[in-house]
Design a protein around this ligand. Structure first.
Ligand code: NAD
Length: 283
């Protein structure tokens, strides 16, 4: 079994991005800028935003966090996004989810200019990805994709099973695997025989949120297993895959932590740089 070391691959990617940022700064006389909007004081969101800010600074991006109290009016957030859309020093805008109940998530996402939508959640980016056009790809599936490709160059004809159909993970992951000519099965909470589907897979991407759902006897040997799950349990953070069992069978597997998580943040930086390049392509 090969352990797919997301921490190492993410560190290599961040090094490449750092180099690219320094070249872009020299060429355009300005750095790509990432602005994060954080609403309320939920601890996980605070932690994620701090990690994103630190990573952005490390590769030389200009980063800014705009904080609002939980009770902020929706209109104030939308106005700020409109302002950032027009601000030439901002290449990427990210609104940290989840949002307080009184704020309409879809309205917020749709207010972000598609060209600055570093999360790839805007319907224009979602549509472009599913049509095979250039788009910003959501950070976690992009990270999974890069890990798979690092390990296996040619995915054509492989059977891929995506467990979970969220807009954040499962659906964009499916699009990326389809683009690589995989035969993709997307499974979810109503799938009748999840074990049977997983047993046909050459590649499994699990993005469910159920600790250790995918078991050792669900996986055939030679399968690549990518575990997106981050679940807090009594024994610490575990993924959606029963690592101890599955790692005995699979050809390759990502650990949790240290697998997909570090790639998500590195891909956010990558997306910010891609947005900057597209926004400045005429200069
Ligand atoms: P979600 O709750 O939005 O979606 C979960 C999906 O799993 C749904 O489509 C549902 O149909 C499916 N599902 C539920 N029960 C199932 C079952 N018994 N069998 C098969 N499918 C089932 O979750 P999400 O936002 O996609 O996140 C999934 C996991 O990934 C969570 O643990 C989350 O914390 C983690 N996550 C990790 C990262 C990272 O960077 N590593 C990023 C985002 C999310």
């Amino acid at each position: 079994m090969i352990l797919i070391d997301g921490k190492k691959v993410a560190a290599e990617l961040r090094e490449e991005l750092k180099q690219e940022v320094s070249e872009l700064k020299a060429k355009h006389n300005k750095a790509p800028g990432l602005t994060v909007i954080l609403i309320g004081d939920m601890v996980p969101s605070q932690i994620y935003v701090r990690m994103k800010e630190k990573a952005a600074n490390e590769v030389g991006l200009k980063s800014e966090v705009i904080r609002y109290p939980e009770a902020v009016e929706e209109k104030a957030v939308l106005n700020k996004i409109e302002e950032l859309n027009k601000d030439e020093s901002v290449s990427g805008i990210l609104v940290q989810l989840p949002l307080p109940k009184h704020i309409d998530k879809q309205k917020v996402i749709e207010t972000i200019a598609p060209a600055k939508d570093v999360d790839g959640f805007h319907p224009i980016n979602v549509g472009n990805l599913s049509s095979g056009y250039e788009s910003t790809i959501p950070c976690t599936p992009l990270g999974c994709y890069l890990l798979i490709k690092k390990f296996e160059k040619n995915l054509s004809g492989k059977n891929a099973v995506v467990v979970g159909r969220s807009n954040l993970n499962g659906k964009p992951m499916t699009q990326l695997l389809l683009k690589e000519n995989c035969t993709v099965t997307i499974t979810h909470s109503k799938t009748k025989d999840l074990k049977g589907e997983c047993l046909k897979a050459d590649i499994i991407v699990a993005a469910v949120g159920i600790p250790e759902l995918v078991k050792g006897d669900w996986v055939k040997k030679d399968t690549i297993v990518i575990d997106v799950g981050i679940n807090k349990t009594d024994k610490g953070i575990v993924g959606d895959v029963a690592f101890d069992e599955v790692s005995k069978v699979a050809k390759a597997i990502t650990p949790v932590p240290g697998g997909v998580g570090p790639m998500t943040i590195a891909c956010l930086l990558k997306n910010t740089i891609e947005c900057f390049k597209r926004l400045n392509s005429q200069n």
